[in-house]
Design a protein around this ligand. Structure first.
Ligand code: CA
Length: 231
């Protein structure tokens, strides 16, 4: 299997080189950019699997770059990890809302960064799996079927897509806006409460097999799929 390719977008050369060094040692192929402009060129030419994007860049903020990349369908499968400085910690939420898969706070241990990169890549690979299972649920992407212990759970097309997205992105909270973007598509204009309607239908269908509590409401934030059910 070819090594995953990581694009490092960071203007501070020593940090960028340090990251490249550790990623290469962990078996990754790396490409480096010092600003957003060259990052976008490299994205088109090199097709990396994941981009590490620093928050503070000379020509555009890393957050703006992330938003821009995520709006483009060509980057749908691109994993994004944001690098943030401590003082910017409050912006973590904005980073995730902007479409980043994860963030790492500076200064970081190289080992931690490598682990985060591996985790995001693993998660991206999960979305390509044919059969996704979680708890009592099994989702067959080839047959568009969801079963529990061999018993089929009947779902509408939107509920199916919603469940597929949530099962392949388990244990992470998604806001209604993010779910609309990722499940309905970025250019579809539907109201946020549409999400609630479909979540309700999905829960109702899953209740038959006792899996309705996998779809968890996180107050003030959105929804999360988890088989770890809190008491
Ligand atoms: Ca920087």
């Amino acid at each position: 299997m070819a090594a995953s390719k990581i694009l490092i977008v960071e203007d501070e050369t020593p940090i960028r080189e340090m990251i490249a060094f550790h990623l290469a040692r962990a078996g990754f192929e790396t490409v480096e950019a010092g600003d957003c402009r060259s990052a976008r060129e490299l994205l088109a030419d090199e097709r990396p699997d994941l981009a590490l994007i620093d928050w503070m860049l000379p020509d555009m903020s890393g957050l703006e770059l992330t938003r821009m990349l995520k709006r483009d369908k060509a980057n749908e499968d691109l994993g994004i990890i944001m690098l943030t400085a401590r003082a910017e910690e409050y912006d973590k939420v904005a980073g995730l809302e902007g479409g980043a898969d994860d963030y790492v706070t500076k200064p970081f241990a190289p080992r931690e960064l490598v682990a985060r990169v591996q985790a995001v890549l693993r998660r991206a690979m999960r979305t390509e799996e044919e059969v996704v299972s979680a708890g009592v649920l099994e989702l067959d992407t080839a047959g568009h079927r969801v079963t529990s212990d061999g018993r089929e759970i009947r779902l509408g097309p939107t509920e199916y897509r919603l469940l597929h997205f949530l099962m392949t992105h388990a244990d992470r909270v998604y806001s209604r806006t993010q779910l609309l973007d990722r499940v309905w598509g970025a250019n579809v204009y539907v109201e946020e409460r549409t999400v609630d309607v479909h979540v309700r239908r999905l829960r109702k269908a899953l209740a038959d097999v006792g899996a309705d509590n996998y779809i968890q409401t996180v107050r003030g934030a959105g929804y999360r799929f988890s088989t770890r059910v809190e008491p």
